[in-house]
Design a binder for this molecule. Sequence first.
Ligand code: FMN
Length: 176
Amino acid sequence: MTYKSNILAISGSLRSGSSNHNILSFLCGLTPADVHYYIYDRLAAIPPFDPGLDNEHPPEAVSELRSFINSATGVVICTPEYAFGVPGQLKNMLDWMVSSGSLVDKPVALVTASSVGSHAHAALLLTLGALSAKVTAGATLLIPFIRAKIDVNGDITDEQTEKALRDVMKVFLKEI
Ligand SMILES: Cc1cc2nc3c(=O)[nH]c(=O)nc-3n(C[C@H](O)[C@H](O)[C@H](O)COP(=O)(O)O)c2cc1C
């Protein structure tokens, strides 16, 4: 099947049973059949960023992710906040994307789902700006108190949050 567009979804949490992963699965369910939606699952394999290794033969996991991003029409990032900042492995991955320009003009939706999350959300918007990503207006969302809005099965139980996520996806699908 030929797809109209192609979304790459990246969770900033490596935790099994992650609420951010659950949100990405929920967004997958909102994706029409002619849009391919893939949840990236090798974030843990990205090595620590080393400018000395950022040459024409970067580590395999880095090349793979760059090619996933290059071929995606849009990227959705969904992440918690750790210690008032962006989870290290997510920021590390973004550092590898600077020299390749993979995110330049790439439509990006950003959801930060955390206990509070405002620091990570703001920091990510800054970083995505530095990478010249095209963060889609209306496709950014901060969801505080996430653990109280999701049940043990990973289903979103808060009506307002569910609606806000549907709105994000609607706007993003129009953009890509
Ligand atoms: C080491 C650690 C530090 C955390 N620091 C913060 C924080 O600074 N701000 C915040 O909003 N939540 C913080 N949290 C709570 C996470 O947001 C919460 O556990 C969230 O559900 C993690 O996302 P996940 O369910 O997708 O793994 C922290 C959690 C851990 C384990």
